[in-house]
Ligand binder design. Structure first.
Ligand code: ADP
Ligand code: MG
Length: 162
């Protein structure tokens, strides 16, 4: 079962991501929060990531080109209770082989409860991801700016209303 959300423009996708990030940040877990973003080029993964980062209080610009493999942003300490300290954005688009990611120390990052991690093109490195990772899929709708965003599993289970 998944939660399906439909958006009509970029701003709506960012707003959904913003709200989701705030919700996730409120929860606690023993390891990192990890979500894989899956969908065609231009389906909205980076746009979503931008809204998500804003929701966590990240001020820096999230770059949309897929040339960057990984960016780590320190989160502002807005609430003492918040366990997360870093937002990590990974883009696996250019990964030809999983081995290219070994030097990043992904498994250590996935274990660290201070991390919230979004991974674009997660389907390309699926076997490296923790089983508990959430999956968020993006697809084009009938009209040019429409997108369907589906959220599966992970710590987002409490958000499932449909
Ligand atoms: P991806 O990272 O999946 O390749 P991007 O987020 O970089 O995709 O690009 C999505 C493009 O689609 C952007 O140019 C954005 O302005 C546009 N767009 C139009 N409608 C939407 C929508 N509803 N949600 C997200 N992006 C949208
Ligand atoms: Mg992208």
């Amino acid at each position: 079962m998944a939660l399906t959300l439909r958006t009509k423009n970029k701003k709506e996708t960012q707003n959904i991501a913003f709200a989701l990030a705030k919700e996730i940040a409120r929860h606690k877990s023993e390891r990192a929060f990890v979500a894989g973003l899956v969908g065609d080029l231009g389906s909205g993964k980076t746009t979503f990531t931008q809204g998500f980062a804003r929701g966590l209080g990240v001020k820096e610009k999230i770059k949309s080109p897929t040339f960057i493999l990984m960016q780590i942003f320190e989160l502002p300490r807005r609430r003492k209770a918040m366990q997360y300290k870093n937002f990590i954005h990974i883009d696996a688009y250019r990964i030809a082989h999983k081995k290219e990611l070994e030097h990043l120390g992904l498994q250590k990052m996935f274990r660290d409860p201070h991390n919230i991690i979004l991974i674009e093109w997660a389907d390309r490195i699926k076997s490296l991801l923790p089983k508990r990772a959430a999956t968020i899929t993006f697809s084009h709708g009938g009209k040019i700016n429409e997108r369907a965003i589906r959220i599966f599993g992970g710590h987002t289970a409490h958000l499932r209303s449909t």
